[in-house]
Write a protein that binds this ligand. Sequence first.
Ligand SMILES: [Mg+2]
Length: 386
Amino acid sequence: MKIKEITAFPIRITREDEAEGKDRPPVIDFGDYFVDQESFTSIYSKHHETTVIKIETDTGIIGWGEAQSPVSPRTTQVIIEDLVRPLIIGRDPFDIEAIWTRNFGAMRERGHPTGFYIDAIGGTDIALWDIVGKATGKPVHKLAGGRYRDRVALYAGMGGTEPEKVADLAEEHVGYGYNALKLHLLLDADGVAEIASAVRNRVGGDIRLMCDVHMRHSVPSAIKLGRALEKLDFTWLESPLVPDDIPGAVALSNALNMAVAIGEWSRTRYEMREAFERRAYDIVMHDIARTGITEGHRIGTIADTYNIPVAPHVGGGGILSVAATVEYSASCSNFMIMEHSHHANEFKNAITAEHYAPDNGYFEVTDKPGLGIEIDQSLVEKYVIS
Ligand SMILES: [Mg+2]
């Protein structure tokens, strides 16, 4: 079998729902995108944006993948067309690891060991796994390590700035069947603790709670916050510090009893080596639509070597990111729990031929070949950014 063509579709699905709490600190508005007015944190799209990847083979088997691109998916498209395409046309899709290594090496010396370039080769890797699964009639998880579990546990995310409104959302999600919730809270330590307390009071002691503070804290502020969250029996404090503050993450992890979860911004084992060696992770949360399945499994194996659980990030990833993460999680020995967005899943499904959704807080692991999901190209094309 040979790879005949690769195509990237940068898509934007307009989002108008307010269901997960769009209430947040003041922003500077750029039209489709916005940034926080007072802190130097991520640029966000008001919509769902990502890059869908299609690989065709000379046998007629088609594989689909996704390179997570929450902003500027056209950047990823150009990388696929200009750099990935010439390197993979004519190759056997079963040479998955060899293709990843060829792609990774092509820009390594020039200083592109992460970011959009690795997203592009990670999304390509997912599409190749889909092809190999379809060619063998097996689900990806059967080929990428085997089935460790029959269903994948999810936690649902939500945010806001007002304690009772966030507590309302938490209660709503418990009603959908989730027994684990994550709060995205963009406030100072006291503001976060106040909302966390309101949510714990509302949902009771049996629901697992986590808190993501999106790199807004210094070490002392994160220690103060972590101590407050420990009293509320939160499972983890996520992304409290800027990504490169590895010494700070080590100090924080040592200071707190609760787990510190980081790693969504990292795409390769090379990039994560120092954090593993210095034990900066209590829980590692790499994103499969950034790492790909091949490198995602390598990172998971290193995490296992250090006795660290894996809680894959999905964030703004689309439905192919969700499906790839379910397949990865089913075949990951040290999997803990997977990120999910209950209301966002509905519009992520806008490109699927068959609905792909969880049941009562879990994705059932299927026996369908490949990623177990069918994409309708005519629907993908409807959302392409021109
Ligand atoms: Mg996060």
